[in-house]
Design a binder for this molecule. Sequence first.
Ligand code: FES
Length: 113
Amino acid sequence: MNSSASWQVVCRREELAHSQVIEFTVNETPGFVLAHQGKLTAFVNRCPHLGIELNWMPGRFLDANQSFIQCATHGALFTIDQGQCIVGPCQGDALTVLNTREQDGEVLVRVPA
Ligand code: FES
């Protein structure tokens, strides 16, 4: 992680109800955050296959069962907790995880500058 990275507020914690995903852009890096089993996880919105954004509709990142993050372009599936690709052209690769924390009801992420 870049030492010049600073924490940025991306949303309020209450906005992250079950299975909801919030998109953000920090330091020109697109990302998204979600709450999974009570734990916050955030990733850079970039598929390791072609380097393009995962979603084609705002806030829509999960598969039909809400069990995995899904790339809309070729259907790769990623685990929600760690972003590991388990099916698809980038199987074995992973999304870039961003540090996340909660403070005073707000969700913060740290993105390299
Ligand atoms: S661009 Fe995501 S699976 Fe191909």
